[in-house]
Design a protein around this ligand. Structure first.
Ligand SMILES: [Zn+2]
Length: 386
């Protein structure tokens, strides 16, 4: 019989996830659209119900709430009536989620549960990341002078822990791609002037000006190295705003090779799917590279999550891999991510035991690192006892 490493007693730190929305609506159109990265309404309306991920999620939620399988209307009515705080209060402790590292950029804080309410309901330790591009965009709109902008960015990224953040998050993959370059000042200023023209014509800027964005990111990376902060990068899978061709983790080479950034931990998110082999390789060759594997988003089958996990464990040190859900808005995603993540990780660790590569106690310890201890150390959260 195949060995399975039971990790259900290990509290998980969800090292990359998003806030739960304050109000859980019962509108099926909105609900279905949550389970696709596609902006095309036809995907939610016609195709989401035919994804393996959605079938698995709904089967498990319906069973959890004591409803018939595939009773979508029943599930929606039940959870809307229960409300966010009650759902979080049941599901987070049940999934033993002891800590969360929240990307505050999405959903909008105006729609999210207030952090204090979320902490009260979940009992989880809470840490937040500063979302760099959103802050840069805000500062570009405020400053007409380039040197003033640079000074404002330096202020922004100084003393980050005192400002209540445990690190940075970058969505440069959603803007100009991960091949972050060095630019001379005239090129950066030209890009800044174009960004300012966008501010003047539309009131805001979407930071698609590569020479400017790269330059501001380097200021943040210098600060991260100096303060020994982790930086999370969106890599690979996302909505079609991401050009998957320019969001391979291999594009991050110039950062990994830069000796000035050694003290900045680079966390490649959601297994870099579909580039998980590349991500695992980087975690194996660069001391400051960490691979996050998410178990709710991307919307994958169990088999595909298992395959990603196998590839990662097969090459990267098990001390360089961290669990997350990447769940957004609905607490059932944080919950199923933790339950299925432990299950998949326990299965793959069991395979390594059966292959005589790990002892059972070594597999257990690897599980503790992946689910909890490595993230606790990186983000400054409480570590579960060995
Ligand atoms: Zn995310």
């Amino acid at each position: 019989m195949a060995t399975f490493i039971d990790l259900s007693d290990i509290p998980v730190i969800d090292n990359h996830c998003h806030a739960v929305v304050a109000t859980q609506g019962a509108d099926p159109v909105e609900w279905l659209q949550r389970f696709t990265e596609s902006p095309d309404p036809a995907m939610g309306a016609e195709h989401v119900r035919h994804t393996v991920f959605y079938r698995r999620l709904m089967r498990r939620i319906a069973a959890r709430y004591g409803l018939p399988v595939n009773d979508e209307a029943g599930v929606l009515a039940y959870r809307a009536q229960r409300g966010s705080a009650a759902l979080v209060g049941e599901l987070f402790p049940e999934a033993r989620i002891s800590g969360v590292v929240i990307d505050t950029g999405y959903p909008s804080p105006a729609l999210a549960m207030r952090p204090a309410d979320f902490v009260d309901a979940s009992g989880a330790e809470y840490a937040a990341l500063m979302r760099l591009e959103v802050e840069f965009q805000r500062l570009i709109a405020l400053h007409a002078d380039y040197d003033e902008l640079l000074e404002a960015v330096r202020q922004l990224v100084s003393d980050v822990r005192a400002k209540g953040f445990c690190g940075f998050k970058s969505i440069v993959a959603y803007r100009t791609g991960l091949a972050i370059a060095q630019w001379d000042t005239p090129a950066a200023i030209t890009a800044f002037q174009r960004a300012r023209r966008e501010v003047q014509s539309s009131g805001a800027v979407r930071l698609g000006y590569k020479a400017l964005l790269d330059t501001l990111l380097h200021i943040a990376f210098e600060a991260a190295a100096e303060q020994e902060l982790p930086v999370q990068f969106h890599v690979g899978y996302g909505d079609p705003d991401v050009d998957l061709r320019t969001s391979s983790p291999l594009e991050l080479r110039s950062l990994f090779e830069n000796p000035r950034y050694r003290a900045m931990s680079i966390v490649m998110l959601h297994g870099c799917w579909p580039y998980f082999r590349e991500g695992a390789y980087l975690a194996a060759v660069y001391g400051n590279a960490f691979l996050d594997i998410s178990y709710a988003i991307p919307f994958l089958s169990r088999a595909e999550m298992t395959s990603m996990t196998r590839s990662a464990f097969g090459v990267a040190p098990l001390s360089k891999i961290m669990y997350s859900s990447d769940a957004v808005s609905i607490p059932e995603m944080h919950w199923i991510g933790a339950l299925d993540g432990r299950q998949v990780i326990g299965t793959v660790l069991g395979e390594l035991v059966d292959a005589h590569e790990l002892e059972v106690h070594e597999a257990r310890e690897a599980g503790r690192l992946i689910l909890n201890a490595t993230a606790a150390r990186l983000y400054g959260l409480t570590e579960a006892a060995a």
